[in-house]
Ligand binder design. Sequence first.
Ligand code: ADP
Ligand code: MG
Ligand code: ZN
Length: 290
Amino acid sequence: MDLETVIGLEVHAQLLTATKIFCGCSTEFGRPPNSLTCPVCLAMPGTLPSLNRKVVEFAMKMALATGCRINRRNTFARKNYFYPDLPKGYQISQDNLPIAEEGQLLIELEGEKKKIGITRIHMEEDAGKLIHDDHNPASYVDLNRTGVPLIEIVGEPDIRSPEEAAEYLRRLHEILVYLDICDGNMEEGSFRCDANVSIRPRGQKEFGTRTELKNMNSFRNVQRALEYEVRRQQYLVENGEKIVQETRLWDDAQGATHSMRGKEEAHDYRYFPDPDLVPVVVDEAWVAGI
Ligand code: ADP
Ligand code: MG
Ligand code: ZN
């Protein structure tokens, strides 16, 4: 069968601001657990978020560098879910009115240039970190990372091979580091990628069912995980089996992906506008300055 690969990437980049997105806590990496916290990022009742201006500026820098349109009025939304690393029970993110939309990134492979569309860039807060102790056994919660600013860069499903995906990521990484808005450290998690992949008979217009891959901490592993996943999906299709929409984790040691959970849908998160934050209004002078 002549099958075509379709890939779309979601990148989370930690922003290099001195303080968190909605409070004055430091964003420093590697400090003692829970030492960089305050009532706001610990979600104490009655506390209110107040937006870090630098986060908006850094997001706008990336938007302009990738040719995105900046939404002159954009809003924050609550993405509701429970997890022990998320004390509020929701993540403050952006939903239908993100800071930027409709950009592109130029990649080049073997002398051929290609445009990869960027759907949107939005601002959000990071969650905390769970540390699992297998010997005890117990799990610990470190909330130093809670509220560290992120931008999520969502790419169009324009990528057609794992090599193109790796190239797109290298370019995106290069721009973020050049703009001095992200340190780009993949091992420390400052630059993280979720890779969505599907296959379809060449010439077919509709996309196939996709899987979402997580847990790759290098460009090479993103490429390896995608190569593995394309082979796995091809095998299923060629044997008349169905591809299940799900999230899969890359296992570096085994060189394979494993099912983690069924894919959640946007409506599962009950997004709604965050009533604690006013809309972000960006004027021409601010954009020009950036
Ligand atoms: P969510 O992660 O909430 O499901 P979207 O549905 O907007 O968000 O898709 C996220 C990413 O998945 C985007 O980068 C997009 O390009 C990619 N994508 C969507 N559909 C497919 C598909 N059929 N095959 C490969 N990638 C896809
Ligand atoms: Mg996703
Ligand atoms: Zn704080």
